[in-house]
Design a protein around this ligand. Structure first.
Ligand SMILES: [Zn+2]
Length: 307
């Protein structure tokens, strides 16, 4: 890592990378929307999805245009999705903070691309439950290069294999029991690419963190339904699972915790899947957003605050 000259130039670089992050964030919105609607990313100029008027350049300035137009199309006054400025800002903030951590280095560029791709995969899965394998392949290839330059290639390759197999084997076992795929194939590809980036040694921390996030985010939604259906044993199982996943993250090598985590995880997934098999209202759990968040939190906490 190249040492930074002084604090004043730090601020200038922070602003510089923040602005670059805003512009790329704006491009990410285009990638998300056009990939989901099967349009070309480059050719058609931006237009309002409702009135189809072509946008002027000054309607396309990240965040500022949204504020100036008060979140409405300049022509037909249709509301513009809040997704645009949020993604622009998030990407920009990540770029700024990543610079503060990595300085002007090769790793910085890798982390910029990782983060932006994380945002794209997260959003396509949240919006339409679609993961484009091409996005995960790009991540995986870059992950290999990143670890090659950081002399960690073997760990990266093992991480990729372990990540893919972990979810595929888990899905296979669950499928044998309840005849239902618990996780989509896309999730396995996401975990494979996380494996190439973080390597085998860090992979299981991320998996545990992701499971915890998954349970925490799904819990409120499920709880109301479960209370209505009087599924108290499942509520208890999920609570035990949640607590032990959080504990496992902080005390990773405690054997009692791992056993409790394993048992409560198996039992609650079994009960959950049996339940969803009966009422088909819940299909697959979108797991990739939790995986992505797990990865993001992991590299921001481990590398950013501690590293
Ligand atoms: Zn319009």
């Amino acid at each position: 890592m190249i040492p930074i000259v002084n604090n004043t130039s730090n601020i200038y670089f922070f602003i510089y990378f923040f602005l670059i992050g805003l512009c790329i964030g704006s491009f990410l919105n285009v990638v998300i929307i056009r990939n989901l609607s099967n349009e070309s990313i480059i050719f058609p100029p931006s237009k309002c999805p409702k009135c189809l008027n072509k946008l002027k350049w000054y309607h396309n300035i990240p965040i500022f245009s949204y504020i100036l137009l008060r979140g409405k199309c300049a022509f037909c006054h249709e509301k513009i999705s809040i997704q645009y400025p949020i993604i622009e800002f998030l990407n920009a903030a990540f770029y700024g903070f990543l610079f503060l951590k990595y300085g002007l280095s090769l790793n910085l560029i890798f982390y910029f691309i990782f983060t932006s791709l994380f945002i794209v995969i997260f959003m396509t899965d949240i919006k339409e439950k679609v993961i484009f394998t091409i996005h995960t392949y790009i991540l995986a290839i870059l992950g290999l290069f990143y670890n090659f330059f950081n002399n960690n290639l073997l760990d990266s390759i093992f991480g990729a294999i372990a990540g893919f197999l972990f979810l595929e084997v888990l899905t296979f076992i669950i499928y044998k029991i309840v005849k239902k795929r618990a996780f989509g194939e896309g999730d396995s590809y996401v975990l494979m690419s996380l494996g190439t980036i973080f390597g085998f040694k860090s992979l299981f921390n991320i998996i545990i963190l992701s499971f915890a996030l998954q349970v925490i985010t799904l819990l409120p939604q499920f709880l109301t339904g479960l209370i209505k259906k009087k599924e108290y044993s499942l509520i208890l199982l999920l609570s035990i699972f949640t607590i032990s996943t959080i504990l496992s993250h902080f005390y990773p090598n405690n054997i009692i915790n791992i056993v409790v985590l394993f048992l409560s995880g198996i039992l609650s997934s079994y009960k959950l899947l049996k339940m969803t098999k009966i009422n088909n209202d819940i299909k697959q759990f979108p797991f990739a957003p939790s995986l992505i968040l797990g990865g993001l939190i992991y590299y921001f906490t481990t590398f950013f605050f501690l590293g």
